[in-house]
Structure formats: structure tokens, C-alpha cells
Write a protein that binds this ligand. Structure first.
Ligand code: AQP
Length: 330
């Protein structure tokens, strides 16, 4: 039987958080044995927010190294940078012409991002989900591993695939999201009503994958909880709930097993042990990352070879699309 296809991407818009890791990246390497996987550094998405060019370049290569450090094998999975494969932008243009203003203006991430960036309400923020749909549909992906914040964008991708298939003729696979049960939405350590985000200006609100042990322990110790002081897993204690979710993701224990362990205590010992658990969990990734990121020649080679592999698959879909919409091709 032919293998099914997986696509996912992460923006190199800053240092990656454990939200990015637990919600998405940790699953990428697990999927590569069973599926044809395409994993992308979505640098074109990240310029919808102001970036410092030199930092964007560094963050893009750093994300490549991190992908490999978390276990993605660039010989098995296609690991590449979005801007190296022009077909993403070419397909996005065609999809723009079947996307509706009303639907795009209802996207939660768009509304959040324009309110956070009142001085940079660019059109790219508005059409971001169309480019994301192009990323996925270009490779005829069956599955897309993402955190729950991307669910709405996936629904739009499915709508666009179906709309195109109905307007012309069956062309795109309609993809399904793969959203984890635990870790799908890790919240800010400072505000448990907001998701942990790599572009959060308050560095103490996020644990970064490359944070050292001291920083991790300190941030968890200072994480916002509540004044109830009872160890429970319930909506009324969202800060504690978030920490228990992080504990659960790193330990494999279920939330009620964790509650059983710390019941009747205040949060001190739990927070201390959680800090150590997270630091120990991230250490092997950090060690591999340091080795890989130091080898720029190796990373350049991966980027080049994998962009060619991605382009090959992308061209196949784009040629079909161009033909169906009526572009003359000699
Ligand atoms: N807090 C989170 N919990 C679980 N999953 C998360 N993801 C992001 N934040 C969390 C998942 O990580 C993948 C990559 O995300 P992205 O870089 O494409 O953009 P994003 O969703 O907008 O992530 P950030 O960290 O919030 O980035 P910025 O601050 O640049 O906007 C996605 O699968 C996402 O679901």
C-alpha cells in the first residue's frame, strides 16, 4: 500500500517554546516511519510580523537544526525552507482567487495578530491562512500534525480544497488535522488564559526549548497559579492545570495520576519537580542541537538537497492546478 503523506511547518519567528514542541514538533519524527513527511521552516509566514533580517536568517537555520535534533531524519523526511520552493507562493495566488474576504476576516489568529500589531496591519496577515493552505495542498497531505490553535486554519484549508475540487475537478486531497490530546494547547506561564507563544515579549511567560536548567526551574517556580492552594486539576485553577498538562506531556502520566502524587500539598514540591522534569526532558535535544547547529556546511547541504525534493513534488501539483484553471502551457 502506498504511504500517506504528512505536512507541517513552524515559523522561525523567534526561539521555539515547549508549546511548539509539545503541540507539534515532538510528533514529527514519530510519523516519519509510517508516512511520507514534509516538514517546513515557514519563513514566508514569519515576515507577516516585523523581523530583523539577520535574526530571521539565523532563526531559520536554527529551526532546521532543532528539527533534526528532535529526531527528524532529513534522509527520510523532506526538511526544507518554504522560501526555497517558489511553488508555495504560486499556489497561494491561485487559492486567493477562491478565498472569501468574509471567511478570512473571521480567523481568530488574524484578529489577535492585528490587535497586537496595530502599526503593521499588513495584507499578509490577512492572507496568511491561504498561504498555509497552499503549503499543505501542494504536497497532497493526508494529515497535518498541529497544535489546537491551528484547527481553524485547517478547516479553511479543507474548505479551499473542496471548493477547488468542486469548481474544477478532483485535484487536492482534503487533509485531516492531527491534534494531540495532551499538549495541544500550552498556556503562558504568566497568563493562563493566553497561549504560550514564541513572539511573547515577556520571556518569563514561555519556556524555550533551548532554555538552560536554571532558567526553566526559575520560570516554573514563578509561574502564575492561584491562591486556592489546593492541588486539583480543574478549570477554576487554569494556571495549575497548565502546569499539570506540561508535567503530563513530559512524564507520560495522566493528570489524575499527577494529582494523586501531590494531593494535600501546596504547589512548592510539584513546581520544583516539574522544573527538573522539563529540564531533563529537553537536555538530550539541546545537546544534539548544539552539535548540529555548529555544522553550517551540513545544514546548507540539507537545505539545498531537500528543497529540490520538495520542489519536485510541488511542481507535480502546481502543473495540474495551472492546467485546470486554464493557464496556457506550451
Ligand atoms: N502554546 C502552544 N501549545 C501547543 N501548540 C502550539 N503551537 C504553537 N503554540 C502552541 C503549535 O506549534 C506549531 C508551530 O506554530 P507556528 O510557529 O506556525 O505559529 P504559531 O501557532 O503562531 O506559534 P507561536 O509560538 O504562537 O508563534 P508566533 O508567536 O510567532 O505566532 C503549530 O502547529 C502550532 O499549533
Amino acid at each position: 500500500m502506498e504511504k500517506k503523506t504528512v505536512f507541517s511547518g513552524v515559523q522561525p519567528s523567534g526561539d521555539l517554546t515547549i508549546g511548539n514542541y509539545l503541540g507539534a514538533i515532538q510528533y514529527f519524527s514519530r510519523l516519519q516511519e509510517e508516512y511520507n513527511c514534509y516538514y517546513c521552516v515557514v519563513d514566508m509566514h514569519s515576515i507577516t510580523i516585523n523581523q530583523v533580517p539577520a535574526e530571521l536568517r539565523k532563526n531559520s537555520l536554527s529551526l532546521m537544526a532543532l528539527y533534526i535534533a528532535t529526531g527528524i531524519d532529513p534522509d527520510k523526511s523532506v526538511l526544507y525552507m518554504q522560501s526555497h520552493v517558489p511553488e508555495h507562493a504560486q499556489l497561494a495566488w491561485v487559492l486567493n482567487t477562491i478565498s472569501y474576504m468574509g471567511q478570512l476576516s473571521r480567523m481568530t489568529q488574524y484578529k489577535e495578530k492585528i490587535s497586537k500589531n496595530p502599526d503593521n496591519q499588513n495584507v499578509g496577515l490577512f492572507t496568511y491562512p491561504v498561504l498555509m493552505a497552499a503549503d499543505i495542498l501542494l504536497y497532497q497531505a493526508d494529515f497535518v500534525p498541529v497544535g489546537s490553535d491551528q484547527k481553524q486554519h485547517l478547516e479553511l484549508t479543507r474548505d479551499l480544497a473542496e471548493r477547488f475540487n468542486n469548481k474544477y475537478s478532483p485535484t487536492f486531497v482534503v487533509p485531516e488535522p492531527l491534534i494531540p490530546d495532551s499538549g495541544g494547547r500550552i498556556m503562558s506561564l504568566k497568563d493562563p488564559s493566553a497561549k504560550m507563544s514564541k513572539s511573547d515579549e515577556d520571556e518569563s511567560a514561555s519556556i524555550y526549548i533551548l532554555d538552560n536548567t536554571d532558567a526553566i526551574i526559575r520560570k516554573i517556580k514563578r509561574a502564575v497559579t492561584d491562591s486556592i492552594g489546593e492541588f486539583n486539576y480543574r478549570d477554576e485553577q487554569p494556571g495549575l492545570m497548565n502546569l499539570i498538562n506540561i508535567y503530563s506531556s513530559f512524564s507520560g502520566l495522566k493528570p489524575d495520576e499527577i494529582v494523586g502524587r501531590y494531593e494535600g500539598e501546596n504547589y512548592g514540591r510539584f513546581k520544583e519537580e516539574l522544573g527538573i522534569l522539563v529540564a531533563e526532558g529537553l537536555k538530550p535535544i539541546q545537546e544534539r542541537y548544539n552539535e548540529i547547529f555548529a555544522d553550517k556546511e551540513y545544514l546548507q547541504k540539507i537545505c539545498k538537497q531537500n528543497a529540490e525534493r520538495a520542489s519536485y513534488a510541488a511542481q507535480k501539483t502546481l502543473r495540474k492546478v495551472y492546467k485546470k484553471v486554464g493557464f496556457y502551457q506550451p
